[in-house]
Design a protein around this ligand. Sequence first.
Ligand code: PLP
Length: 472
Amino acid sequence: MRYISTRGQAPALNFEDVLLTGLASDGGLYVPENLPRFTQEEIASWAGLPYHELAFRVMRPFVEGSIADADFKQILADTYGVFAHASIAPLRQLKGNEWVMELFHGPTLAFKDFALQLLGRLLDHLLAKRGERVVIMGATSGDTGSAAIEGCKSCDNVDIFIMHPHKRVSEVQRRQMTTILGDNIHNIAIEGNFDDCQEMVKASFADQSFLKGTRLVAVNSINWARIMAQIVYYFHAALQLGGPARSVAFSVPTGNFGDIFAGYLARNMGLPVSQLIVATNRNDILHRFMSGNRYDKETLHPTLSPSMDIMVSSNFERLLFDLHGRNGMAIADLMDTFKSGGGFSVEEDRWIEARKLFDSLAVDDEQTCKTIADVFYETGEVLDPHTAIGVHAARECRRSLATPMVTLGTAHPVKFPDAVEKAGVGRELALPEHLADLFEREERCTVLANDLATVQAFVAEHGNRGKPIQAI
Ligand SMILES: *Cc1c(COP(=O)(O)O)cnc(C)c1O
């Protein structure tokens, strides 16, 4: 499989290079040159497969030429073997034909484990083959950091540095990162805010000379392998609900358009998906586009669903590329306009095309809490605030009661106790068994000044299994 940039200027790459590259050199995002397409008979024949075997069939075309089948099978068996539920992504019924797909049975209790557990293993496999080591740097305000560290903790060829704003992440979130111990794991608490952390990551990608030739790799939500891994669970859900003989609709809590873009790809690969609902919190740039054909940046509002607190939706460019007939020049122009501070609208027929599949809703904190309470009284289930936003949007935007509606359950409620408490469902949530002693575990973390040179010197001193990086 070859991958091309959404801005049309960067060279096409194979899977292996896309995995190691991040942003394309023209500023665009990589997408498959040709999407694989499965027949209905083929998809139907996958009913009942264990998750990792379904994953092999769905993802094989994307990695073809870079990873041997037997290796890929083993990697997938290992990846999904660490999940704490036999179904990996179980469906739970709320009301008639209304479901939540629980994507929080991975090690860090959020759906990001589906992709980052795989990404770590894929990286390590390919690096071993090449005889290379890499450094990962990332910034986190919570979920991504712990999932990335968990995904890389067993990698022999990766050193991972995750920065979080000192004293500005919740204790559960901090401990999920700092209690994973290993020579190749480096938690850095920056005396600054999340944006400061992110700026330092960006600056480090722009000038990597401090790494003396060692490659820097990104694990943020634009990484193609993350999107690829998320396609699988759409197939998994549909196959359990009568697909592909009947269509299924999905409601997806999203900020960066990553998870829902995976659903769009599943549809284009042949899965009958009748509707995709973009469910956002008050940071509603995606809802403003879907409801009013306007894409522009507004100020950031902190909410009870912090994993969707964004101003710009980084994967949206991938959809725009398709809406513009895959014309990279058109996307480069749009993004230039956007970057220089102007929002944009797309031509009416392109927007109407998008609206055939997508609906959207922005849900505020008050409604989020009300939905957590409503669902608790209806079913006894406690939803996390992101999932609650998805369920509310599903109920408001649903086009057909005859079509199964699946909301993606993106996190376990124990990760977001504030929202659950505000919803007044009045229950102390216990940590799942594998995290029960989280508050007794040893933590390892280095506090550093909010200063690029200090951070880069630290990475250079520890980026080779905890020892100084050698010049290549
Ligand atoms: C990351 C995250 C989201 C948003 O995912 P996108 O990549 O923006 O689609 C939603 N909910 C939770 C719990 C998350 O951690």
